[in-house]
Design a protein around this ligand. Sequence first.
Ligand SMILES: [Zn+2]
Length: 363
Amino acid sequence: MDIAKLPKISLHDHLDGGLRPQTIIELAAEVGHQLPKDNALDLADWFSVNANSGSLVQYLETFDHTVAVMQTREGLERVAYEAVIDLAAEGVIYAELRWAPEQHLTRGLSLDETVEAVQDGLERGMAEVADQGGFIRTGQLVTAMRHADRGLEIAELAVRHRNEGVVGFDIAGAEKGFLPSRHKVAFDYLASELFPVTVHAGEADGIESIKDAIVSGRALRLGHGVRLVEDIMFSRTEGDTDLVVLGPVAQWVHDRGIALETSPSSNLQTGAFAELGDTMADHPFDILYDLGFKVTVNTDNRLMSGTNLTKELEILVDTFGYSIADLEQFQLNAAEAAFQGLPEREELMEMIEIGFQEAMGAS
Ligand SMILES: [Zn+2]
């Protein structure tokens, strides 16, 4: 099956993790930022080697360079524009792009100006795709850094731009030691504004973090959430029946249909399921899908993981033998969980159903 041609939805994609290597080189030259490599091929290699090193320090260092070239209106606009073009080119019809405005202020932009610059880029991208007869819709997720203390300010920024492209709020950065409750004031404010929230949880920390994302954060989705599997008890009986018991957090996430924004390659690289093993086959994705959790497939950081949504789906097909109907279910899950109004989500679901039907008819 040609996965690139299928209509897809991307809910978890960091804007500062998806730059084109050549763009980094050009923007770095413009702002005088020193890069570790000076041509696009070597630089792409450098990103993937450091992201794959198993060292969190090296992994995070890769973002120093992408964030450094996204400090001007032009840089932010261009990166956002190119993200839309690249996503549309591989069949993404709806994407939520997340990023942390507070990290883009070193050259004098205000928080509001950064959000506007990104929105300009997204709109230029969407218009160009439409001009060429394609379709893509996008939304910004405004992220606050969980170790910093600007949660409320960033939440207010997100709400201020809710009618200008910002569709949700997220917290990112070091999960362990930085529970969502640290930003309780921000989350209380967002709840009072009825503003959608997703929280990185269950990636670098366990059940307590996931529970707090739901309780303190009122998260409608979980960024990765793969360690939810730690709240599921499996006992294999002598015969062939597996007894599965969901703990209270897993049960809640399951029964409420809270979507999990899993990102297979990234989850493997960051060791999110290291307790289970160190190959893709050890990813709990298949167990969670099988148990009826609302799993979605995402890229997290396309540049660092050298991936895109098509590749992530191919990896899952290769690893777990999924059919085209399974891939359709993942997209429908994502459409349902998108931070859009019900009519827009229904429209996306219809586009997915039509696109997959056509693909199945053709094969
Ligand atoms: Zn992420």
